[in-house]
Design a protein around this ligand. Structure first.
Ligand SMILES: [Fe+2]
Ligand SMILES: [Fe+2]
Length: 275
């Protein structure tokens, strides 16, 4: 596991992206592992990062907000890279309510005992008030867990797209507009890998689902596994995501690739022989 620290950055007013850049050994590309902290009258933590990055993640989150001030912890879904620090966050932030769903709690119940009395269950399309803003759960265009809901902030126009609009890249990037357009577009193939059911989509029905998200008119989008989107990059991301039903399944690395990775990271045979 090789994670590179990325400094938290402000993606919208009082809204910060935190998380490392992760590049698996032997891989030419890497991916961000993002979460979000929204400051404001009632601070919100959106997803809780990965277990491997726990110390850094907690440092970053609590450099932005005092744990005692956190009022809401919003879970987008129960994948391991989004719930990795849930337990320590709930322990450190006793005034926080966990915003989740019945389905997530059911799926997490084999891993965590979660405090039912500290929860709100918010399904797709439902909202909750967090002080000076209304936050609405909106299912993103593509997703890799049936529990997924993104989050739209009416105060800033920020949308948390969860695993949608991801892009694997050769180097860390904060803004999609800073990345070579061809590389960013190519890296967008990760969206197909994450949602392999795209091959069986009716593009018209899918288009209407994407319309629902785009109609929010987000002014800033962060995703868990890609650089942030603003301005024309938002339009471009929606355009690309609409093409996904027409595309073939993304090719996956196989045994030949594994052999190459193992060979590239294994110590030379002569070192092993002399050990
Ligand atoms: Fe996921
Ligand atoms: Fe994810």
């Amino acid at each position: 596991m090789q994670d590179m620290k990325i400094e938290p950055y402000e993606v919208a007013e009082d809204t910060f992206v935190i998380g490392p850049w992760h590049q698996p050994p032997g891989s030419p590309v890497g991916v961000s592992l993002n979460s979000v902290v929204i400051r404001g009258e009632e601070p919100v933590i959106v997803d809780t990062g990965t277990y491997f990055n726990r110390e850094q993640w907690l440092d970053d989150a609590f450099s932005l907000v005092d744990p005692a001030d956190v009022r809401w912890v919003y879970l987008s879904h129960d994948d391991h890279d989004h719930v990795g620090n849930l337990r320590p966050v709930l322990d450190a932030a006793p005034n926080a309510t966990l915003v989740t769903t019945w389905f997530m709690v059911e799926r997490l119940s084999t891993d965590f005992e979660l405090p039912m009395e500290r929860m709100r269950w918010i399904n797709d399309g439902e909202s909750f008030r967090a002080g000076d803003r209304t936050l609405t759960a909106i299912v993103p265009p593509l997703f890799d867990s049936p529990t997924t809901r993104g989050l739209f902030d009416d105060r800033t126009g920020f949308y948390w797209a969860v695993d949608s609009f991801a892009s694997v890249l050769a180097n860390p990037a904060v803004e999609a507009s800073d990345v070579d357009r061809g590389e960013w577009t190519e890296g967008f193939a990760i969206n197909r890998m994450n949602s392999p059911w795209h091959q069986w989509l009716d593009h018209r029905k899918f288009g209407r689902h994407v319309d629902e998200v785009q109609r929010l008119g987000p002014s800033a989008i962060a995703s868990a596994h890609g650089p942030a989107l603003h301005g024309e990059m938002i339009d471009e991301a929606f355009r690309l995501i609409r093409e996904v039903p027409h595309l073939e399944a993304a090719p996956l690395p196989g045994q030949v690739d594994l052999d190459a990775i193992v060979a590239s990271v294994a110590p030379p045979a002569e070192l092993l022989a002399s050990a």
